[in-house]
Design a protein around this ligand. Sequence first.
Ligand code: C5P
Length: 230
Amino acid sequence: TELWAVIPAAGRGTRFGGDVPKQYLEVAGRPLIAHALQALLAHPRVAGAMVALSPDDARWPGWKQWNGKPVMRCVGGGERADSVLAALRALPAQVDDNTLVLVHDAARPNLRDTDLERLIAVAEAAEHGAILAAPVRDTLKRAGEGDRIAATESREGLWRAFTPQAFRRGALIAALEQARIDGVVVTDEAMAMERTGARPALVEGREDNLKVTTAADLALAEYLLSLRDP
Ligand code: C5P
């Protein structure tokens, strides 16, 4: 059965100066969003992608197809979850509520096909979807007054949530709509699902599936992509 990719790319975030939203920053000669699209659409079972863009986006290259697969666009929203919800609703009619959708940040250019494959396999067998993630490796400190350490928190059982995150379309729409009704800002799709009582699976993924947020991340992404086969 077919899967669809959903890429929230409506962020206006230009977190490290300049006026280029980060999904359009270039690494290895292409914008970050091109790497995200390529990674998802390279999978034989991913039928197409829906990209959520800011209404005033003047940089979208206007791709209609990628590797012969449809790339569609819609208008995103004020928060990431609004963009994802808009994209899920805008999927073409043949994408039914049971279709597994892969939500992936435009700003994550280094997703590997081995991770994507494992995520899909787990998500298809799971009751409530699955996400790529990795255990926390650093010791965690809680900041107190004046940024002095108030406490050391246990990292046991704590994971960092990555993307893609894979859920059935209908269940994810319902969960995101509920979060909106409740006025809760969810920072990933799994959080919306968890609020409904779902328990998505954690799939341990590569730590180099980084989200570009800082200038240092951009340099690291450039290096990581240079290590990959052309
Ligand atoms: O800002 P952050 O790193 O959390 O953004 C993650 C992804 O969500 C980016 O690809 C960004 O473009 C997207 N996003 C969105 N709509 C928003 C905010 C962020 O599609 N309102």
